[in-house]
Design a protein around this ligand. Sequence first.
Ligand code: ADP
Ligand code: ZN
Length: 728
Amino acid sequence: MVYEVIVDISNSETDKVFDYLSPFPVEKGERVLVPFGRRQVEGFVIGVKEKSDCRYDLKDIMVRLDDRPVILPEMIELAAHMRATDLRLIDCLRLFVPSKLRGGRVKALTRNFLYFDDSRTLEEALGEVKPSAKAQRAILTELYDLRFAPEARISEKHSASAVKALVEKGLLIRKSTELNRTPEGMIYDGKRVELTDGQREAVGKIAEGAPGTYLIHGVTGSGKTEIYLNLIEKTLAEGKTAIMLVPEISLTPQMLGIFRARFGDMVSVLHSGLSDGERYDEWRRLLTGSARVALGARSAVFAPLKGIGVIIIDEEHDSSYVSENNPRYFTSEIAEFRRAYNGAKLVLGSATPSIETYYKAVKGEYTLITLDKRINRMKLPELETVDMRDEIRAGNTGIFSARLLSGLEQTLKDGNQAMLFLNRRGYASFLRCRSCGFVPKCPSCEVSLTYHKEDGSLRCHYCGAKYRAIDKCPVCGYEDLKEGKTGTEKIESEIKRIFPEARVLRMDNDTTRQRDSYKEILTAFGAGEADVLVGTQMIAKGHDFKNVTLVGIVDADVALYYSDYRSAERTFQLITQMAGRAGRESKPGRVVMQTYSPNHYVYKFAKNYDYRGFFEKEINTRELTKYPPYSKIVRLLVLSDNADSARDASRALCAEVVSLKAKTPGIMRVQVMPAALKKLRDYYRYQVVAWIDAEAAKEIMPYIYAKANAANSAKVTVFTEVNPQQML
Ligand code: ADP
Ligand code: ZN
């Protein structure tokens, strides 16, 4: 037999498969050590065949590194599929195994245990040690009761030399045991609830339906988690396995606890908080079949499970499902591949599905299930918009409107809690007229222009158009166009100034640098140790606080005027999510949204929780402006440590795409420009942006990938991004 091996060499240009022979049988998917040049390197066997076409003499595989294949046949096919999108095969394969497995850095955790030798009674054993050997006698008595205990603990408590003496006398037996490092979750009672009619219907429709993709559009608090749990339960009962994906931020101890309570050791948890050892053990439990449910953030989509029955993606619209680092991938596309391969069901859930997903549901590609009521008929909180232009006209130039201030005052007086939310995204900013709400837009791309303070310019991140910043509003003549940006710190200090007695917590990138600070802040707020929580996006998701009766969205427009075609969609999602934080229990909640553009359609629909209405309006806009789902926006990001190389390579690449455009009408526009962030970590960045008709994309993309791939050289690296989350 001839074995096809891809060698695992980091930062090398080789992404090639080599043929090897082997003196012993090896299975596809195994990790092996092979001679490579003058070195020995690790590799993965990705194919087995009868004979080789190689002209040179083949070498032998040296060693099998594991006792079983670590990459399933399905995953080898998946890697080949991902490679077609311009990724290196080895980079894909690396996603499938825990990083520390490679290079042999993780060993199974073994620990010595001491056992009382059962062939004796306690009296007999004690008879064999001197009465003066107090420590030895105490150990024997303790272990007789316990039967066995970790050696480290006994040695520490009594004495290591006493342990040694007892083992030598044969009174204690030492055994080495392999442990599973299972991360702890909160203990939860596995209490069952009676499903509501809506939940039962949803479960039935999916469980009894055909393999395919299902979208559960359910308002916040409609009980989606319970639907997922029921689906997984049914899947396990059929002898199949399940993957449950949630945004990293939702992997709270509660979530882990709920899954543990329901599925016990069947669940394996994969997330970034695990130690390398824990990750390895959890992954291995899935590979060996001792766990059959993988719960985790986006990378858990690669869980080594066979016979998948259902894959669930909760909060489907969340941007954490897109990997923006190399290798770049869309979790939903990987899930779709695995769904199809296994003939399984893919379930997407959200209160605010992404426009592209909902579009597929409307077109019938996905089966749509709608839940429009909260459990126990709890009402969704009242959403109020405040026109900040009126505040200016009334002489209030502060960050809080009179309405929000009085709301805060009342909340504090009643002893309830408030959350103040400020959206912040990256580096970008925009100019805004505080008198009429005017925001400058790109005439050709219909997105807001980004304000670049360093050179006082306004730029479009899609076409690169550049204008001089203005300070007088062209619509109303107001002379003080301001940068539309406030910081969370500013909000915090203002609250403290206006309400000196209020206890305030702040949660943003600055206050959550340390690993657990994020959890600590939320726990403190949940325990009522503060009256007001000020924060960014981080506070918008999934947290349940019973006493929150007021949510203030300090500047709702920030997401709206971000230079991005998804800005309205993101604004709708954020408002809905923040509103979901208020009035979770018996106390009714209130949401105050401050905006300079109260007439924007997004606020009209968000106010009434009218997702469908928003979708109809938005999809029309996308069709007119030719944004996704009617096109694919492809960005070829060209990086080099030399500015000229980056510029020249991007221009050459653009010329290639332009010549392609001449042959096919599917490419609608192509432009080359410096990226909005011209330099990042010593790399100069240029970009080629192409707009490709959605209908033609399937046919055109392989050409684009090929061009991008060919443009890679020793000097420049090209990354291809489809519908990038950010144009920075
Ligand atoms: P969603 O994910 O749709 O926002 P959750 O799954 O968090 O909603 O459910 C909201 C709340 O309702 C949770 O506290 C959950 O325990 C509770 N719940 C869900 N289903 C039921 C049910 N059938 N009966 C009673 N309570 C339920
Ligand atoms: Zn533009």
